[in-house]
Design a protein around this ligand. Structure first.
Ligand code: BYC
Length: 320
């Protein structure tokens, strides 16, 4: 976690900017900002927006197979929420002077990253419960911190997104708790989903701080308020009690309560697996990108129609 000096910036402006951050001011789109701050935000916000959009796919897979009308409606609403989150965050990224089409192209041509978790398959209905409980649960821990980010449009988007993620987490936890209290087969299905989603959920927080090239700059400029390891630990501490409450076992033989720190100590993450998935070689990376490319191609006529309509309105307004 080495802070990178913003060497090319005017030192006086940089000092004023950093004094604003230290005072807890919010940076707004038209304010002066170091170029590296702008680039870090575009990188992180675009990856975040891509994650929301790709994140619709694993759950979308179960909309037609939800076990009841109530479940189908909740899942549909959740998946639509994720699309909305992607849109807010793309809009937020555009306030930094980048074109959304460029960001989407980076996703479609495979040069942009998105959260590794969405490259795992959803094999059973319990996976929908596990995603809501663990994946949205991890996202809330991360995004509650980002709601205090120094860049106003990103922070404000997080406030609304976190409210919606809370609903997502509850619906996931409810699914898991009912399955766990159900027939032996349902219970086994819930435990199997926890076994498969636990470690990838911990990976959502990114590499250890010591291996995180971006954290130094992000922390220095108040984009992140906490490091990856602290947030991961907070998530583990919150989730262990929830698993116990619904009689499920976290698949980690090294999990133990450390009376000295008050934390739940946990085993080592498989970082080889993490980097393999991040670099494009997870179980579903190819499938996810193929689905996004197809959706983008299928939606071309909608974009063209919207542009034609906007041009027609502009023509009519100019003659009125
Ligand atoms: N997966 O220096 P580091 C949701 C990359 S979706 C993939 O620590 P940073 C939901 C990282 O980008 C919400 N890549 O990075 C949706 C960097 O690569 P580059 C998702 C990862 O930025 C649907 C490199 O590894 N949440 O809730 O300081 C259904 C080194 O890492 C990952 C967000 O996007 C990963 N897990 O910290 C249900 C939150 N981790 O760019 C739910 C916003 C790291 O240098 N993002 N990498 O080539 C963040 O908070 C931070 O960007 C991260 C990483 C904590 C993810």
């Amino acid at each position: 976690m080495t802070p990178t000096p913003a060497a090319t910036e005017d030192p006086k402006r940089l000092a004023e900017f950093e004094a604003r951050i230290a005072r807890g001011d919010t940076i707004e789109p038209k304010d002066w900002m170091p170029e590296k701050y702008r680039r870090q935000l575009i990188r992180m916000m675009s990856q975040h927006a891509h994650s929301e959009v790709v994140g619709m796919l694993p759950e979308g897979n179960w909309i037609t197979r939800a076990p009841s009308l109530r479940r189908k409606m909740s899942l549909l609403a959740k998946v639509q929420d994720e699309a909305g989150h992607g849109l807010y965050i793309y809009c937020g990224a555009e306030t930094l002077g980048v074109d959304r089409h460029e960001l989407v192209s980076q996703l479609l041509n495979g040069t942009a990253k998105y959260a590794s978790i969405f490259n795992y398959p959803t094999l059973t209905w319990a996976d929908i419960g596990a995603i809501g409980w663990l994946v949205d649960g991890a996202a809330i821990v991360n995004q509650t911190m980002l709601a205090k980010a120094s860049y106003g449009p990103y922070a404000r988007a997080m406030v609304r997104i976190c409210k919606e993620e809370n609903f997502h987490k509850r619906q996931g936890f409810e699914i898991m708790s009912l399955l766990s209290a159900g027939t032996p087969e349902q219970r086994a299905m819930a435990q199997d989903a926890l076994d498969r989603w636990w470690w990838p959920s911990l990976m959502m927080f990114g590499p250890h701080d010591k291996d995180s090239p971006n954290s130094g700059e992000l922390l220095r400029w108040g984009i992140k308020q906490k490091g990856n390891d602290e947030l991961r630990q907070r998530f583990v501490n919150l989730t262990v009690g929830q698993a116990k409450a619904i009689n499920l076992t976290i698949p980690d033989p090294k999990l133990r309560h450390d009376a000295e720190t008050g934390n739940w100590a946990f085993g080592e993450i498989d970082w080889d697996e993490f980097w393999r998935v991040v670099k494009g070689d997870g179980q579903c990376n190819r499938e996810r990108l193929t689905a996004r490319r197809k959706a983008h191609a299928d939606g071309a006529w909608v974009r063209e129609a919207a542009e034609a309509h906007a041009a027609k309105r502009a023509r009519l307004e100019s003659v009125a």
